[in-house]
Design a protein around this ligand. Structure first.
Ligand code: SUG
Length: 445
């Protein structure tokens, strides 16, 4: 049986904008109130997804969410027509309106945690949508995320969908951004690494002082229980609180793994040596390539600016690995020099491919934020909703759809425009037909 690691990229939604919503995420704060281009953002994402499909990887797309989120605005007491609600919210609670308009579901690394069937006791592939409780604008994602995941992975013989964890800070869960899986082959049982920022039930444990730790140990443990993982196939690692305070708001901003490679910054974790030894022991006989990037070569600030670690490390059909990096890495001299050296070091990583995803980067989302990894065997791939899988036809169709419905420019002031609701719903309604998703949105129910 053949095995693959598929990437499901988030299709950027029609309201992509810069609202400065993510305290602790340097790019989001620095670009607050900048003018965005939803059209360019969506096309940059589609280009990357198409390129990965052309490299021979299994590539899917996940639909964006309905924004502005009028249902949440109604839930918090705004009444009247859609236009009246937007008008009132813009005047009386502009920060809440901005939170209800973010296209943040595009970062599907935060959509869910996924455990492949090779790791789980019941032999099913498990999904738990992330509750994203640390940020208001993201906490309104998980229910629709669950609907979209179920419409995409819609065969209960293979896929098991859980409800998101309880919506409380003790269970702060940011999904796959704080989870990576090492394995010898995608279809063999692997070691799942859960990286958390703090322990909710132990106030004495280390935690960041300035910026929030979005993921708790308790959330990671709950997901591992739900997914029926073995203790021997699971490692919990605490992220270094000092780097969270320097803008590393998710572990995937400082570390990434693929098969037998863990690529990370020397300051990424606490108790690094002990944890690497545990990973190696649980991995088994063959060797894990621990590629540690020292501060002397790449400072934390350079890693945060360039997103060196928010790269996708992928295995090509040839068996060699490539790094999918944002063009921002080419523009940072220290990082570019490091990447040029990396491919000569004799590790499995042999090439670097650069993609312009600047529209997303300006909100703190690099190539790896834009994708949810799902390791699957060929029967599972066949059971996926085939209309979500990238190919020439879907690429052309989605580009046409973007051209038809998306604005070239969007400012925060435009978010109160009632026309944007109509445009967004018309676009998403058509998208659910293109991707054969059924009625996943509240406005369709
Ligand atoms: N690292 C991963 N996997 N994901 C990146 C998520 C970026 C996202 N940015 C935002 O939500 C910014 C929205 C704004 O400010 O308009 C966040 O902070 O949650």
């Amino acid at each position: 049986m053949k095995h693959f690691e598929a990437n499901f990229d988030g299709l950027v939604g029609p309201t992509h904008n810069y609202a400065g919503l993510s305290f602790g995420n340097v790019a989001s704060l620095n670009n607050a109130a900048a003018t965005s281009s939803p059209k360019d953002a969506a096309k940059q994402g589609l280009q990357k997804a198409k390129a990965l499909a052309e490299l021979g990887l299994v590539q899917g797309m996940l639909a964006p969410q309905e924004r502005p989120d009028l249902h949440t605005l109604r839930r918090i007491g705004f009444t009247g027509t859609d236009a009246a609600i937007l008008n009132k919210a813009a005047k009386e609670a502009p920060a809440l309106l901005r939170a209800c308009c973010s296209a943040s579901s595009m970062w599907t690394a935060n959509a869910a945690t996924v455990s492949p069937s090779a790791d789980t006791h019941d032999g099913k592939l498990h999904f738990t949508p992330a509750n994203l409780v640390d940020k208001l604008h993201r906490s309104i994602e998980p229910t629709t995320t669950g609907n979209i995941l179920q419409a995409t992975f819609n065969d209960s013989r293979f896929f098991k969908h859980h409800q998101h964890l309880p919506e409380h800070a003790s269970f702060g869960d940011e999904g796959a951004a704080n989870h990576t899986r090492l394995c010898s082959e995608y279809g063999h049982a692997g070691v799942e690494l859960f990286v958390y920022g703090q322990e909710a039930t132990n106030p004495q444990a280390p935690k960041p002082q300035k910026f929030p730790a979005r993921q708790t140990l308790e959330a990671s443990q709950a997901v591992a229980r739900l997914h029926q993982l073995d203790d021997e196939g699971t490692v919990y690692i605490q992220q270094n609180p000092d780097v969270i305070d320097q803008g590393v708001f998710h572990n995937d901003v400082i570390a990434v793994g693929n098969q037998n490679v863990l690529f990370y910054h020397e300051q990424a974790f606490l108790n690094t040596q002990e944890k690497l030894a545990e990973i190696q022991r649980k991995f088994g006989d063959s060797e894990v390539h621990f590629i540690e990037v020292p501060t002397s070569k790449v400072a934390i600030q350079d890693a945060v600016k360039s997103y060196l670690f928010n790269t996708q490390v992928v295995t090509l059909p040839s068996g060699e690995m490539a790094i999918i990096a944002p063009t921002n890495c080419q523009e940072n001299p220290a990082v570019f020099a490091y990447l040029n050296e990396l491919v000569t070091l004799g590790t499995p990583i042999k090439q670097v491919l650069y993609f312009d995803v600047k529209q997303s980067m300006q909100n703190g989302g690099g190539p790896a934020c834009l994708r949810l990894r799902v390791a699957m065997n060929q029967d599972e791939v066949a059971a996926v909703n085939q209309h979500t899988l990238m190919n020439d036809a879907l690429f052309a169709r989605l580009n046409q759809w973007v051209d038809k419905h998306y604005r070239d420019r969007l400012t925060v002031a435009d978010l109160a425009d009632p026309q944007l609701v109509i445009e967004s719903r018309t676009a998403l309604d058509e998208l659910t037909q293109i991707m054969k998703l059924g009625s996943v949105y509240q406005f369709q129910r």
